[in-house]
Write a protein that binds this ligand. Structure first.
Ligand SMILES: C[S@@+](CC[C@H](N)C(=O)[O-])C[C@H]1O[C@@H](n2cnc3c(N)ncnc32)[C@H](O)[C@@H]1O
Length: 261
């Protein structure tokens, strides 16, 4: 079983040294603590419902997000808000056994599922993933530490998004990229209406069969309170990134921001 906190191996070389030993700082914001609880509660069914609701397409979008982050063999990369680890496993295949993947989340339950999936998977490269319990707005890593970052369906759920983007900028090396996959907050009313309909009449009823109606009702508001592609690009540029481009994917229902430090 992979331990969650102080699991990164010590790496020599000044700029490759994480800030450790690391103790998770308590989540002080009530809204963030509520979201942490929510993701703990949905953890047991999260993967199955993702497959069902996206008809398996989330696997394609995650591959696209990983390819856009520019990770290559031997890189030291970070997956933020990793949940049960889908993007971390894909990153691991990209960077190979000589690379290193750090996957961070603030939900213990999601991390436990990720660690158990790692145990039953046989590809040797998967041994290069370390799971870290932590907060995306207060990353326990030194400056300019990573060659690439992914964050899938995470930024929308982070309460202080500007701070999270600033943290990504801080821990990325110059010239490296972050790839931010999430639902698209579309500016087209037809797309928004279809998205709302699917949430109200498919996602919430199915989730209520698992006793998780309110958890999935949260999805609709979280998309409404999220940022449009243009706003995401602006947020990244304000955090210091030299370029930022948002791509609509999945028929406009999903979006992926790519920002270069
Ligand atoms: C919708 S899940 C996405 C999981 C995974 N990336 C995927 O694409 O399947 C969002 C994840 O973000 C995590 N999360 C939300 N806010 C966070 C924060 N401030 N710090 C760390 N993790 C956070 C939640 O615990 C949850 O596991």
């Amino acid at each position: 079983m992979v331990t969650l906190h102080h699991c990164l191996p010590s790496i020599t070389g000044q700029h490759r040294r994480p800030v450790f030993p690391f103790k998770q700082r308590p989540i002080r914001c009530a809204a963030a603590a509520e979201r942490q609880e929510l993701f703990n509660r949905i953890a047991p069914v999260y993967d199955n419902l993702n497959d069902l609701f996206s008809l398996g397409n989330h696997r394609i979008w995650k591959r696209m997000a990983v390819s856009w982050c520019g990770a290559k063999e031997g890189d030291n990369v970070l997956d933020l808000c990793c949940g049960s680890g889908d993007l971390a496993f894909l990153l691991s295949e990209k960077v190979g056994p000589h690379g290193q993947v750090t996957a961070l989340d603030f939900s213990k339950e999601q991390l436990q599922i990720a660690a158990s999936r790692q145990q039953v998977r046989s590809k040797p490269c998967y041994k290069n993933i370390k799971w870290v319990e932590g907060n995306a707005v207060d990353l326990p890593f030194s400056n300019s530490y990573f060659d690439a970052i992914t964050i899938g369906y995470g930024l929308r759920n982070v309460v202080d998004r500007p701070k999270a983007i600033e943290e990504m900028y801080r821990v990325l090396k110059d010239g490296s990229k972050v790839s931010v996959l999430d639902f698209n907050k579309s500016t087209h009313s037809i797309t928004t209406s279809i998205q709302d309909w699917v949430i109200d009449y498919v996602i919430v009823p199915v989730a209520s069969g698992h006793g998780l109606a309110s958890e999935y009702e949260y999805l609709k508001n979280s998309i409404k309170e999220y940022l449009t592609g243009d706003e995401l690009e602006k947020l990244a540029l304000e955090a210091g990134f030299s370029s930022a481009k948002h791509f609509e994917i999945g028929g406009g229902f999903m979006g992926n921001l790519v920002a270069t430090r």
